[in-house]
Design a protein around this ligand. Structure first.
Ligand SMILES: [Zn+2]
Length: 592
């Protein structure tokens, strides 16, 4: 049944990370030589390198053969169930929202380091009682012009060191009232946006992910420096905001928005924003200003059927969250909550985004180590798995801090959820309920392998961001190879297993720098970007040795933390550590 489930799962669109799936690709033997040596200040235990296909592979291959017998039934089931998928805009379990009078919100006051805002004002709008959200994402790839105008050719590190000062970052003051059972929010939001580029800006873009669903996002007011703006355009995920006056380099402005969200049903197969039967995930739920690079413009890529598409500049978040319910659900968030009366207050400085997940069914366990509190949110039937992934995530934090550099925050939330695979956010990651259900008591399973992959995204996504659409390898290849580093350090006897079930089984092909728009299947995308990308890093390590390899990774992280990396800046740092990798780069990368 698992094969049947997975086959159906992968025939649909998805926007998440990946785990192992039996495939028809043959087992590819890759001759390797043992070469593990401890890097300076970083000790690895020796592990056995794989020499023969392990028993696990035989089991998977056998299951794959059985799976082929199910193919006609799977196709039929897919066709039936596809009719219910949001992407097809057909019938699905939408719930009508009942209009209620919204309690007055208390304006949220951010920390003292930020100028005291006169915003947000209490939102006055209430959700439409008859609106039914439907998903209308077109999945159209950007035009070739848009691709060519990307920032991938940026010759230098894209932001100045001064821009990493927390006080100079964009600031989001958000005050949200959440009607959890009614599946709607009313929001007042202020963005203090400093122009840190050398260009004078006449227009600002906002990324509005909820507007990909019809009837979900309703903008009630929009102001710039308290001046009402009516000549904006909102199309798909992009709000284009003409400024009343040009914004000079070094100057700041204040954008004010009030809006409501009528949450869509989350299928877990296209994005994961919205509600399911037992939880609601607020992912990319508020408008944000995408990165801007001097002389090149905004970095805002269109969504695609798989893979993420945003790049996030570093920002400070001050969020007040209230519920209409007298007994609100348990809330997991990108930062710990401070209870102030009926409001949950969150402060997260120097982060990429801010994500919530809420459920009345959550149980939670927390553990603090070296100033970092990890909290595991799980459903009651998965208690053992919830405890295990908490411990393994703490081990991953230890490993990655040694290998890459310091964890950027003081908390990390692990959230069980009804989606495929895993999905990263900043200070929070999601992990599929199916992994918890299939937890077998070992570390050789999707729960641990994908969990610690998502934990690695706190470095390669949170610490160092990138354009996830045009250069997805910059976070996914590094996170996949981080799995290798985790098992090598914590479960050396499982490194053999990892190589085989994660990489060799698929015989991956394709260029590591494949864009999300340029592959024909989710599996092909994963094989090229995740797996070939990880193999490049492994071959690079073979070539230059452990000491130079980990010195490079630590240097790359230190020089990019809080910034947005590009392939050019990645290879610029690498060039400081070796001049002996050009042939490897040429064989793994199309655009080099
Ligand atoms: Zn990932």
């Amino acid at each position: 049944m698992r094969k049947l489930y997975l086959t159906f799962q992968y025939n649909q669109t998805m926007r998440s990370d990946t785990h192992n799936q039996p495939a028809s690709a043959g087992f590819a033997k890759i001759a390797r030589s043992a070469r593990l040596k401890p890097a300076e200040g970083f000790t690895f235990r020796q592990a056995n390198r794989p020499t023969n296909p392990p028993k696990r592979i035989d089991l998977l291959a056998g299951r794959s053969k059985v799976g082929r017998l199910w193919t006609p039934l799977v196709i039929l089931l897919f066709l039936i169930l596809s009719a219910c998928a949001p992407i097809l805009n057909a019938s699905q379990p939408y719930y009508f929202v009942t209009a209620q009078s919204a309690p007055t919100l208390t304006p949220f006051q951010p920390g003292q380091a930020t100028p005291a805002p006169t915003w947000p004002i209490p939102p006055s709008a209430t959700p439409s009682p008859t609106a039914v959200p439907t998903l209308t994402a077109t999945h159209a790839p950007p035009t070739s012009t848009a691709l060519q105008s990307g920032f991938e050719s940026t010759p230098d590190l894209p932001e100045t060191p001064a821009s990493r000062n927390s006080d100079e970052l964009p600031t989001y003051n958000i005050n949200a009232l959440w009607n959890y059972t009614g599946r709607s929010l009313t929001v007042a939001q202020e963005i203090i946006y400093p122009n840190r580029s050398t260009d004078t800006l006449s227009t600002i873009l906002l990324a509005v992910n909820p507007n990909l669903w019809h009837g979900t996002f309703a903008l009630d007011s929009l102001t710039v420096n308290d001046q009402a703006i009516s000549n904006y355009t909102l199309s798909g995920q992009t709000l284009t905001l003409p400024l009343p006056a040009p914004l000079a380099p070094g100057a700041s402005l204040r954008i004010g928005l009030t809006y409501s969200l009528i949450l869509p049903y989350s299928s877990g197969t296209f994005q994961n924003f919205g509600y399911t039967a037992r939880q609601t995930n607020l992912i990319d739920w508020f408008p944000f200003v995408p990165p801007y690079f001097s002389g090149q413009g905004w970095v805002l890529s269109e969504p695609w059927t798989y893979g993420e598409n945003f790049a996030y500049p570093l920002a400070n978040f001050f969020i007040g969250l209230s519920f209409t319910e007298a007994s609100p659900p348990t809330v997991a968030a990108s930062a710990p909550a401070i209870q102030q009366g009926n409001m949950l207050r969150y402060v997260l400085r120097g982060a990429r985004t801010f994500t919530f997940s809420a459920s009345y069914d959550f149980q939670a366990t927390s553990s603090e180590e070296n100033g970092i509190t990890v909290t595991s949110y799980f459903f009651p039937e998965h208690y053992d798995a919830g405890q295990r992934i908490l411990l393994e995530t703490q081990a991953a934090i230890r490993t990655y801090q040694n290998a890459f550099g310091p964890y950027p925050h003081t908390s990390l939330a692990i959230v069980e959820t009804d989606l495929n695979d895993g999905l990263e956010s900043d200070g929070l990651y999601f992990l599929a309920s199916s992994f918890y259900a299939n937890y077998d008591g070992s570390a050789a399973n999707d729960l641990v392998m994908i969990g610690i992959h998502e934990a690695a995204h706190q470095w390669w996504f949170g610490g160092v961001s990138n354009d996830q659409a045009l250069e997805p390898w910059l976070d996914e290849a590094l996170c996949t190879y981080s799995e290798h580093i985790f098992y090598e350090e914590n479960y050396p006897n499982l490194l053999n297993w990892w190589y085989n079930v994660r990489i060799r089984y698929y015989g991956p092909s394709g260029y590591a720098d494949t864009r999300i728009y340029n592959t024909n299947s989710f599996r092909g995308y994963v094989n090229a970007v995740y797996l070939r990308g990880a193999l490049f890093l492994d071959d690079l390590r073979d070539r230059i040795g452990d000491e130079a390899f980990f010195a490079f990774l630590r240097d790359y992280y230190a020089r990019h933390q809080g910034r947005i990396a590009t392939a050019d800046t990645f290879f610029a740092v690498l060039a400081d550590h070796t001049s002996n990798a050009d042939d490897l780069i040429g064989s793994y990368f199309y655009y080099r």
